[in-house]
Design a protein around this ligand. Structure first.
Ligand code: NAD
Length: 270
């Protein structure tokens, strides 16, 4: 069911499936979020960078489902990194979202020379009870090791670009070993998956859409996923992945599409 959750290292439960709202403008976000909540989504992924936290705050406030039933993620943007800057940026995000806590707050990118201070700020906010779980995004193994060596708390989530052309299995295994939940961004390759022949074949075989095949593959790999759409029918389609199972053999075939190809920047080059 849509309320399928994973337990993070500190016991917080995070829904496996969420709605991504990157490139969803403030004038479209209410419709998208209401369609998602109506269908059963309880997890929304935003960031200060997306400039729609205020729209998301309004969307949640104007829906009958209460704030505390919804898992909200936001992220501190690159230009706000550093200890004091992050504390301030977090306050601004809360104000825009019209809430007094976040479920998950992430360091958006590993900005060299800054991200360990940024992480200390997240630890402070977490210890003050203002965030239910803290994590990072776009952190490779060496960034994670750096934070683990200098910080007190191991990140609970690592949100990474992840789709059939970019699996990074070694990083997934490293995260698993350290109880860092892996989460996929651009799980649909921003639309790129629809041209892949194997996925077309599997779509026919399982009588599921290509998006559903790929999102189900995420789920079976234990990866939290946050596909983006503003269209009601796609929002519903993307969440209808709990009624079938991809065979082990087909899972491996999808894994084998990996060619280490990114659509976003390399985390060491940001
Ligand atoms: P995505 O892979 O989710 O693709 C979204 C696009 O795919 C849509 O715009 C639409 O064109 C298409 N689509 C969606 N559902 C479809 C369907 N059922 N059938 C056909 N086409 C469909 O791309 P994304 O938005 O980049 O990634 C998802 C979320 O990940 C973002 O919204 C954001 O929340 C997060 N994200 C995080 C980072 C980061 O650095 N942490 C970076 C990018 C995205």
């Amino acid at each position: 069911d849509l309320k399928g959750t994973v337990e993070l290292a500190n016991g917080t439960r995070m829904p496996y499936l969420g709605l991504g709202v990157f490139q969803t403008p403030n004038n479209e976000i209410k419709n998208a979020v209401h369609a998602a909540l109506d269908f059963g989504y309880r997890h929304i992924d935003t960031a200060a960078f997306y400039e729609n936290e205020d729209g998301l705050g309004e969307a949640i406030k104007s829906h009958s489902i209460s704030r505390k039933e919804i898992f909200i993620t936001s992220k501190v943007w690159n230009t706000d990194q550093g200890y004091d800057e992050t504390i301030r940026a977090f306050g601004e995000s809360l104000k825009k979202l019209q809430t007094d806590y976040l479920d998950l707050y992430l360091v958006h990118w590993p900005i060299k020379g800054k991200y360990t201070d940024t992480w200390r700020a997240l630890e402070t906010l977490y210890e003050e009870g203002r965030i239910r779980a803290i994590g990072v995004s776009n952190f490779l193994q060496h960034h994670l090791e750096d934070v683990m060596a200098t910080g007190k708390i191991v990140p609970m989530v690592n949100q990474m670009e992840f789709h059939p052309h970019l699996v990074q299995q070694d990083l997934i295994d490293f995260c698993k070993k350290h109880s860092i939940q892996y989460e996929a961004w651009s799980p649909l390759m921003q639309g790129g998956i629809f041209e892949i022949d194997l996925l077309k074949d599997l779509s026919e075989k399982y009588s599921k859409s290509i998006a559903q095949i790929v999102l189900r593959w995420d789920l079976q790999k234990g990866v939290v996923t946050i596909p983006k759409s503003v269209k009601k029918n796609r929002i519903e389609e993307n969440a209808s992945i709990f009624d079938f199972e991809i065979s082990e053999e087909d899972m491996k075939k999808i894994d084998a599409l990996d060619c280490n190809e990114r659509i976003g920047p390399h985390p060491d080059k940001i």
